[in-house]
Design a protein around this ligand. Structure first.
Ligand code: XIL
Length: 347
């Protein structure tokens, strides 16, 4: 067999892919082959999020997630859990009681603990790494004013990690976020996570999602953040890598994409596939990004792509619906983009 991505980086870090509910239900042969050739870590794209796994109070739904774990074990992959405490894809009943009133801090913290104990308890010994808290800070370095924060204050993060550590003392616990490279955000995350670690809380590392554009952030901006994380003594995982070839990702360049392209509009400039010039740009971008990761390989546990194939990427419908993105290393028939792979082999 051809030596794959995971072999290329075998001495450096795990190479992961996020799987959808469809992926684990259908398990098409071509996908399973691709996983076994190229990946040695898996993440659940949506199927372990609160709304998927704990849709109603007292009701846990582990079917899809169990399939994910079985598949991962069969392939010998390192398994990630994503994500225990987030403000999104979490049902309303978590935050509000039956009368629609916000939960008390006592009730909300009990809800959180019950969720973490049940979910981590179910996968104990199988899922080795958890994104415990996701996206708790704003790009400006403030605590995100989510229901978690508004009801429990900053201690909700600490409580989540303490509960997770009790639920599975062996698990590696991560704080995960996007735009971790934005200086105010990096500093806020590191100052808080160091603070609670110094209080005895077990935090293994910082997950940098890395939904990147072709030019933003710069390698240097990413490197500065990586160095800061290392200086604070945390491990790093690249948890959700993709590179968007389309312009104006909202939140990244500060551009308001909705103002330029109405939400329902199609934005698909490359109808016949990615032209050679853009393939070259994407290749160079992947090359410089992996070069950076290799430079810090001693500190990076894992690099995970957010889906395997372009057509399955969430970027096709975000931030505007109907756009077609080319962010990953595999195209339709799970064909590896050789032009990128070849370039990575010469790093
Ligand atoms: C995304 C999924 O890819 C989409 O399918 C879903 O509709 C929304 O969530 N940050 C995260 C991921 O931590 O869970 C998000 O995944 C992408 C941004």
């Amino acid at each position: 067999a051809q030596s794959g991505l995971k072999d290329l980086f075998y001495d450096d870090f795990y190479i992961g892919a996020a799987l959808s509910g469809n992926d684990v239900r259908e398990q098409p042969t071509s996908m399973v082959m691709t996983l076994s050739n190229h990946f040695n870590s898996l993440s659940p794209e949506n199927l372990m999020k609160w709304q998927s796994i704990h849709p109603d109070s007292g009701k846990f739904q582990f079917v899809q997630a169990d399939r994910y774990v079985e598949l991962g074990k069969r392939l010998g992959c390192h398994l990630v859990g994503h994500t225990l405490v987030w403000h999104k894809q979490t049902p309303e009943w978590v935050f509000k009681d039956q009368g629609g009133m916000p939960r008390s801090s006592k009730d909300l913290s009990a809800m959180m603990q019950d969720h973490i104990q049940n979910v981590m308890g179910h996968f104990k010994g199988s899922v080795k790494t958890w994104d415990v808290v996701n996206e708790a800070f704003t790009d400006e370095g403030d605590f995100r004013p989510s229901a978690w924060y508004q009801t429990l204050g900053e201690d909700f993060i600490k409580l989540a990690f303490q509960t997770a550590n009790e639920a599975d003392p062996e698990a590696e616990l991560y704080y995960n976020d996007y735009n971790v490279w934005k200086p105010k955000k990096t500093d806020a995350i590191l100052s808080y996570t160091s603070k609670i670690r110094n209080q005895g809380v077990n935090i293994h590392g910082i997950g940098m999602q890395c939904h990147l554009g072709l030019e933003y952030p710069t390698v240097n901006q990413l490197e500065v953040a990586i160095q800061k994380i290392i200086k604070h003594g945390f491990r790093i995982s690249i948890t959700e890598l993709d590179i968007d070839v389309l312009p104006n990702q909202s939140g990244r360049q500060g551009a308001d994409i909705d103002a330029n392209f109405p939400y329902e509009a199609k934005y698909d400039p490359y109808k016949d596939g990615l032209p050679p010039m853009m393939q070259e740009k994407l290749t160079q971008r992947y090359r410089e990004i992996f070069k950076l990761f290799l430079k810090y390989r001693k500190h990076i546990d894992r690099v995970t792509f957010w889906s395997i194939r372009d057509q399955d990427s969430w970027l096709n419908n975000w931030p505007i619906r109907g756009r077609t993105a080319y962010p990953l290393l595999f195209d339709e028939e799970y064909q590896l983009k050789d032009y990128i792979f070849d370039s990575l082999t010469t790093l």
